[in-house]
Structures are given as structure tokens and as C-alpha cells.
Design a protein. Structure first.
Lengths: 250, 266
């Protein structure tokens, strides 16, 4: 356990050093950004929309019993912007992009392509991991904004157009209770999630054992480790940012 | 490629360009190398033979610093590879080329990009010069015109040849071949043998070849070393190996199962 933590720390250090010593060239990072960002937009939008809508369904029904359905707006939007948007976008990307990265790098490991890179004078971590880390770090927040926007829209459509909550009250209540701070917290979390997905999934790919089974195991391990990190990280960051908010705005 | 070529003789026999000195290596609890001692002379083709899984590829990877010994040292031209840090090793590796068992071509890159990879990393050439070198090396291995193909479009033999072109792109002093004829049909295996000899003569390289293909070993080897149970049990010219009185070497080169059939079925 200690050994694995040490190896991951060194791996992370090598990745960070690559950001300054050998920034990735456009021809390397642009295809990665297309794969990680552009090709993930559809799945992120679909998930965000349905999460927003289902949240509205559940929250409206609970608040309706108490006669407080006008408060649905801030509850739905705060949940999406501060928690669900970033977490769900990150989990989807950990599965879609993280798994693919672990499988690709794992295959390169077992077919000796990573050794070949070393013999040709390239540092495999800097050459392969740094661009993937940068792409995940920069694009997960952007995808989170998409997820937030479509989630808010989905919640609005269900609450206002389907259940008939007043348009004015819905946005007025949201404006009162949803602060820029909440949006900032969601985006700050998503930077962490993006970096974690890039690092963990690439690390697991580099640790792949021989054969197809080894690559398969590395891919599964990558998703599970990223998934748990996202959930645990989200919990601690929520605590941290709430404390910070209380300190700043006390 | 039709005319059989003979390997060049070593220019300076006594002084080892590569010195592997009492190298020990274990993975988990299993000792793979147990004090291997071997010298490679400048200009020769040293073939390392041995059973599958005996540690030949592990030994080869120690020479280029992909693996580090638990004990002992590997010295290349007075540079101790085994204790050089990864950053400095990148410079030393400029003097090596390596051909991998499964070719290890970068499958997201074209043949041209694969062969040019080392040139872009190490040499300050313009694109025209890089293209010229790539074409020249591909022509040398009989793959002219394949520049824009992807590795997935190539057969096993073609991949090996592109792997050789990539390994020699920087005109290295030493070329390491890991099982270059494994998985190829006999004719393609012979093409690769001829190619190894051609590269050695045209580029004046030192070659270390790991194989269990005895036909290949006799054809390309200046000397042959047999690795058995983690140790070098005999080193000699192809003639000396063919006439060996060492029972382990004799059994291996003649491909006789003897008591091993019982061991392997037990």
C-alpha cells in the first residue's frame, strides 16, 4: 500500500514536470481533446438533462405535499450546480474516457510500445500521460458547465412547463438562494475530478500486467479507483468549501 | 536479399564494448538471472540462445537500461548503464537501437512517423532530411513505399522490417534484437536473418540477438552464448557450439526432449 502510494506520487510528479519541461505539441493534444471533450458532449448532455428532470419529479412531489413547491427551483438548481452536475459528468467521463485511456496505455505496456518509447529517448509518462492529464483537467470543467446548463434546463422544463410552477417564482427563488459561490464550487470540484481521472486512469494503464486479461483488469481498476476518488473527493471538498464559505462570509 | 551474406568478424575481440558483470535479477521470488557474466565485442553479432522463459529478453533489456540488475553491473563503452539515471540514459540510448519481439510499432502512427520518431527526438534535422532518412532506411529493409501505411495494415514480417528500420534510423552503434524471427514463416525468417547481416555490414553495428531459432543463430552469429537456469553455460563460435560436449547445450541445439518431456508433463 505504501509502495503503491509512493509509485503514484512519483508518477504524478513526473506528469506535472512534463507540463513545464515538455508541453505537449498541438498535433498530440488536439486529437486527445477532441476524443475527451467533443465526443463526450452528447452523453454528458443526455445524462445531465435526465438528471435535471428526474430531480424535478422527485423534489416537486415532496414539496407539493408540504405546499412548498415554489421552492423547487433553488433546491433543484443548487443540487445540480454544486453536486450532481460535476459528480455525474466526472463519473461518465471516468467510464467513457478513463477506461479507454487505461486500456490504450495498458495495451501499449503489454505490447512493449512503452519500452520502445524509452529506447527512442522519450519519457513515456511525459509523452503519454501529461497531454492526457492536461486534456482531462481542462475539459472536464467545460463538460461540467454543459451538464449544469442542460440539467438546469431539464429541471425547469419539468417544474414550470409540466408541473405548472410559476415561472417568476421559480427563477426568483433560485436567484435568492443560488450564489455564484455555488457555481464556483462546482467548477472547482470538476478541475479536481478531471485531474484525478487523467492521473488515475493513466497510472492504472501503466500498471497493466501481461496479456488481454491484464489490460481488462487495469481498465476495470481504473474506473473503480476513479469512481471512488470522485465520490470521496466530492465529500471532502463539499466539507472544505462549506467551511471556507462560513469563514469568508461569516 | 537473394544472395546469402556472411556476418562480419569482430574488429577488436578482447575489449568488450558491452560488459555484463555478475548480473542478478529476480521477479517476485524467482531468480531469473543468477550472476550472468558476458562481454560483447565491438562489431560482432552475439547471439544469446536458451529455452523460452530462461531470461534472454530480461538480459537484453538490462543492456539498454530498461531493467536494472539487483546485483552486478552492465557497462557500455565505460558508461555504467545499470547506475545511470533515466535522464542520462536517454542520451546513451541514442547509441542503441532495439527491435522488439512483437515489433512494438506505435499503432497510432504511420510507418513514416514510427521510423522518424527517434530522429525527431534526438536529431535536429529538418523535415526534408527526416523524410530522406526514413525513405533510405525503409528501402534498406525492403519496405520502400510503405511510408503512409498504418501498422495494422502490415503483416508480421513487414512489421519486423519496419521495426528494424526504426531501430537503425539514428545509425546506432549497437542494435539489440529480441526474438527477431519468432512467429515468422521460414522464408520470412531467413529474410530477417539476411537483413540483420546486411544492417550489421552496411552500418558497421554491433548486434546482440536473442533467439531460440538455431538456424538463425548459426547464420547470423559471430559468437553464440547459451543462457540456462540464469547463467551463461557456454560461449563460442557457431562451430564450437555445434561441436559442443556440454550436454545442456547439445540437448538444446539438437532440440531433444529427453527427460524434459517428463518434467513438462509432470
Amino acid at each position: 500500500m505504501v509502495g503503491a502510494a509512493g509509485r503514484f506520487t512519483i508518477f504524478t510528479g513526473q506528469t506535472f514536470s512534463g507540463v513545464t519541461t515538455e508541453p505537449p505539441q498541438a498535433r498530440v493534444i488536439v486529437p486527445l481533446m477532441t476524443e475527451i471533450g467533443l465526443r463526450s458532449v452528447g452523453v454528458v448532455l443526455a445524462t445531465g438533462a435526465f438528471v435535471g428532470m428526474v430531480l424535478a419529479v422527485q423534489i416537486y412531489n415532496q414539496l407539493h405535499k408540504m405546499g412548498a413547491e415554489a421552492s423547487a427551483g433553488p433546491i433543484i438548481n443548487l443540487s445540480i450546480v454544486a453536486e450532481l452536475g460535476p459528480v455525474l459528468a466526472a463519473i461518465i467521463l471516468a467510464g467513457r474516457v478513463g477506461g479507454a485511456m487505461a486500456a490504450e496505455l495498458g495495451t501499449m505496456k503489454v505490447t512493449e510500445q512503452i519500452d520502445a518509447l524509452r529506447t527512442l529517448g522519450a519519457d513515456p509518462v511525459v509523452y503519454l500521460v501529461t497531454p492526457r492529464f492536461i486534456a482531462c483537467f481542462l475539459l472536464v470543467p467545460i463538460l461540467t458547465l454543459y451538464s449544469d446548463a442542460i440539467g438546469v434546463l431539464g429541471g425547469y422544463v419539468m417544474s414550470v412547463k409540466f408541473y405548472g410552477i410559476s415561472d417568476h417564482f421559480y427563477w426568483e427563488q433560485t436567484r435568492q438562494f443560488l450564489e455564484m459561490w455555488d457555481v464556483f464550487v462546482g467548477i472547482a470540484k470538476s478541475f479536481f475530478f478531471g485531474g484525478a481521472i487523467g492521473l488515475i486512469c493513466c497510472y492504472k494503464g501503466f500498471q497493466a500486467e501481461q496479456g488481454a486479461e491484464g489490460v481488462g483488469r487495469a481498465t476495470t481498476n481504473a474506473f473503480v479507483a476513479a469512481f471512488i476518488t470522485i465520490l470521496v473527493g466530492n465529500f471532502f471538498m463539499s466539507l472544505f468549501f462549506n467551511t471556507l464559505y462560513n469563514v469568508i462570509y461569516a | 536479399m537473394t544472395q546469402t551474406q556472411q556476418p562480419a568478424t569482430p574488429q577488436r575481440a578482447p575489449e568488450g564494448l558491452i560488459r555484463i558483470e555478475k548480473v542478478w535479477k529476480k521477479f517476485g521470488g524467482q531468480h531469473v538471472l543468477k550472476g550472468v557474466h558476458l562481454h560483447v565485442c565491438r562489431g560482432e553479432t552475439l547471439v544469446i540462445i536458451g529455452e523460452s522463459g530462461c531470461g534472454k529478453s530480461v538480459l537484453l533489456k538490462h543492456i539498454i537500461g530498461l531493467l536494472r540488475p539487483d546485483r552486478g553491473k552492465v557497462v557500455f563503452d565505460h558508461i555504467e548503464i545499470s547506475s545511470t539515471d533515466e535522464l542520462d540514459l536517454a542520451t546513451v540510448r541514442r547509441r542503441f537501437g532495439m527491435v522488439f519481439q512483437l515489433s512494438a510499432l506505435f499503432d497510432s502512427m504511420t510507418v513514416r512517423e514510427n521510423v522518424a520518431f527517434g530522429l525527431h527526438r534526438h536529431a535536429n534535422y529538418g523535415e526534408d532530411r527526416v523524410s530522406q532518412i526514413v525513405s533510405e532506411k525503409l528501402r534498406l529493409v525492403g519496405m520502400a513505399g510503405a511510408e503512409d501505411k498504418m501498422p495494422a495494415e502490415l503483416s508480421g514480417g513487414m512489421k519486423k522490417r519496419v521495426g528494424i528500420a526504426r531501430a537503425i534510423a539514428l545509425d546506432p552503434e549497437v542494435v539489440l534484437y529480441d526474438e527477431p524471427t519468432t512467429g515468422l514463416d521460414p522464408i520470412m525468417a531467413d529474410v530477417i536473418n539476411e537483413l540483420i547481416i546486411r544492417v550489421q555490414k552496411s552500418q558497421n553495428t554491433t548486434s546482440v540477438v536473442v533467439t531460440h531459432d538455431m538456424k538463425s543463430a548459426y547464420k547470423i552469429g559471430t559468437r553464440i552464448a547459451m543462457l540456462h537456469k540464469g547463467k551463461i553455460v557456454q560461449v563460442g563460435t557457431p562451430e564450437e557450439i555445434q561441436n559442443t560436449d556440454n550436454p545442456v547445450v547439445a540437448q538444446f541445439i539438437r532440440g531433444e526432449a529427453r527427460e524434459r518431456i517428463e518434467e513438462s508433463l509432470a
